[in-house]
Write a protein that binds this ligand. Structure first.
Ligand code: ASN
Ligand code: ZN
Ligand code: CA
Length: 340
């Protein structure tokens, strides 16, 4: 007999967080029946560990689901292998709830079925990825980077799944930049949605696992990293997709928050425009609705930045009308990043 039980986890980045667990006999599994049975496994520093998962009674190709005799997981440090699992499970919980609450979407696949997480992947692996089925998280290098299980990364990786199951933006050229940008946008919106007291919302990507606190990218001024593009040019599509994403990230920041200096949850943000214009933000709530509708209704696998302008204008028109402040702001924010 399987039962849902409320438990808790002591995470690396979010403090103590609630978890929904599956009770099976005298054991509790990090597997959430309230969110499509999403679960988290320890891949034990391998890249694909084949072991029998006795608690599930199945052969489990990726490693054992975190489980234990009580409802508390992890101790908040790397001395417990469970702690990174707690972050990953919490990240999929928050991302699931974000999509459900804001867009009525039932999981990555919109079928109500969850996915799963693998943590402790490989050694010194400073990355995380979505592979069509699941999320995988490295532990970082231990020196400059910790495990990549922060909320913004969890939201980023799950959103690759959402994109794959909607617009399916091709992962190269300008469509690849838009694919990456979509993941940075929704990963960031998940961080704000979660309202976790320790991992508060900002437009930095990866600030929790980067020990400098700066993160890998920033959306207000993407070019601050020396690699990302702030402004569209005809050659932007030849950049790595994690840098051509800068144009979309910059657009989204301007649309939501506006140009100029702004402190958000204690973090200084300052967004320049490419044409010297000033842009007034419409707020995150409407901005995320516009991007989600553009992604799921108007964008296709070959959408480029010009197409994204049209897609978001169409979405804003559907949601708020062609004479709305939101519609006008979408046009202004794109023009401010040279997508005219
Ligand atoms: N962490 C990277 C990403 O999600 C992995 C990749 O290069 N696809 O973008
Ligand atoms: Zn990505
Ligand atoms: Ca962040």
């Amino acid at each position: 007999r399987v039962m849902t039980v409320g438990g808790q986890g002591n995470s690396l980045y979010g403090g103590t967080v609630p978890l929904e667990l599956t009770q099976s006999g005298g054991n509790y599994l990090m597997k959430d029946p309230t969110r499509g049975n999403t679960y988290t496994v320890d891949v034990r520093n391998g890249t694909d560990v084949a072991v029998v998962c006795p608690l599930l009674g199945i052969f489990c190709a990726s490693g054992p689901v975190f489980s234990g005799p009580d409802t508390s997981f992890g101790n908040g440090t790397m001395s417990s292998r469970e702690s990174a699992g707690v972050d990953a499970q919490f990240g999929t919980d928050e991302t699931w709830d974000y999509y459900k609450t804001n867009f009525g979407r039932n999981g990555i696949f919109n079928t109500g079925k969850g996915s799963f997480n693998r943590v402790h992947y490989g050694r010194n692996y400073v990355n995380a990825f979505w592979d069509g089925t699941k999320m995988t998280y490295g532990d970082g290098d231990g020196a400059n980077y910790g495990p990549l299980t922060s909320l913004d990364v969890a939201g980023h990786e799950m959103s690759h799944g959402v994109t794959e199951n909607s617009a399916n933006l091709t992962y190269s050229g300008e469509s690849g930049g838009l694919n990456e940008s979509t993941s940075d946008i929704f990963g960031t919106m998940v961080e704000f949605f979660s309202a976790n007291a320790k991992d508060t919302g900002d437009y930095l990507i990866g600030e929790m696992f980067d020990k400098t606190g700066k993160g890998l990218r920033r959306m207000d001024n993407p070019a601050a990293d020396g690699k990302s593009a702030n402004c569209w040019t005809s050659s932007v599509g030849s950049l790595n997709v994690h840098y051509s994403s800068g144009v979309g990230n910059h657009f989204y920041y301007l649309l939501a928050e506006g140009s100029g200096a702004k402190t958000i949850n204690g973090v200084a943000h300052n967004s320049p425009t490419c044409d010297g214009s000033s842009v007034a933000g419409i707020g995150r709530s409407d901005a995320q609705q516009i991007w989600y509708r553009a992604l799921t209704v108007y964008m296709t696998s070959s959408t480029n930045y010009a197409g994204a302008r049209t897609a978001t204008l169409n979405a804003a028109k559907d949601l708020y009308g062609a004479t709305s402040a939101q519609y006008t702001a979408v046009g202004k924010a794109w023009s401010a990043v040279n997508v005219k």
